[in-house]
Design a binder for this molecule. Sequence first.
Ligand SMILES: NC(=O)c1ccc[n+]([C@@H]2O[C@H](COP(=O)([O-])OP(=O)(O)OC[C@H]3O[C@@H](n4cnc5c(N)ncnc54)[C@H](OP(=O)(O)O)[C@@H]3O)[C@@H](O)[C@H]2O)c1
Length: 239
Amino acid sequence: MQKNRVALVTGANKGIGLEIARQLAQVGVHVIIGARDEGRGRAAVDDLASQHMVAQYVRLDLDDLASAETAANTIASEHGKLDILINNAGIFDFADAPPSRASIDAVRRVMEVNFIGALAVTQAMLPLLRQAPAGRIVNLSSSLGSLTLNGDPTSTYYSQRFIGYNASKAALNMLTVQLSEELNGTGIVINSVSPGFVKTDLTGYGTMTTEQGAKLPVKYALGGEESGSFIEPDGKTPW
Ligand SMILES: NC(=O)c1ccc[n+]([C@@H]2O[C@H](COP(=O)([O-])OP(=O)(O)OC[C@H]3O[C@@H](n4cnc5c(N)ncnc54)[C@H](OP(=O)(O)O)[C@@H]3O)[C@@H](O)[C@H]2O)c1
């Protein structure tokens, strides 16, 4: 059991985020459900409570970066530390497309949430992660963010050209690499984890359930000293 550990999961009211929250709560982690909508966030807390798991809600809207500071203040006053940060909240935009014709507004929206939002939450939570004995950060990335696979005609990801979404995950990966180096020696570990191809509202279809997709992020949230890696269910992914 993982008693006394505190985890914040962003975008935890549904999809992979909710399932990550459930799997962490199942092993005794105190889970904080980050959600932009209070009704949806509290419904997730009630959902876990109905399964005898304790969780709390905190407002976290990646389009309102001040909410990250407010959430950090709440966690500081109630827990004094944060053991696990899961940067899960993310969007896909249907006006995203190959670079020659993607909507600039869509690209900006996706970058704001998937990269700037995750960076701001990470900055706000770092002081609390430093108070934990072995802080863990998991960035929910995607193999679509691999520069190598985007340029490899033999890759299944080669034809999936969404300049906004793919670039947002490549930028998130840069956060993983740079922050891992910056935090070297602090005991805080950060990795980019791709959950696999999971059926959620974001994808509309997929080959995996949320239960399966949450497994790898949860594994990296709970253990291991490895830092600065990019992992998917089949193993290491090229940057
Ligand atoms: N599904 C896959 O196959 C797959 C593959 C690779 C990576 N991923 C990544 O996994 C993560 C979770 O995706 P998912 O498939 O579970 O998607 P999802 O079911 O659509 O869930 C996305 C979550 O992010 C939240 N969110 C969106 N915009 C937000 C904002 N501005 N502020 C705060 N929260 C916001 C959503 O909240 P609302 O309910 O309020 O919209 C929701 O809780 C994403 O980062 C995604 O890129 C997914």
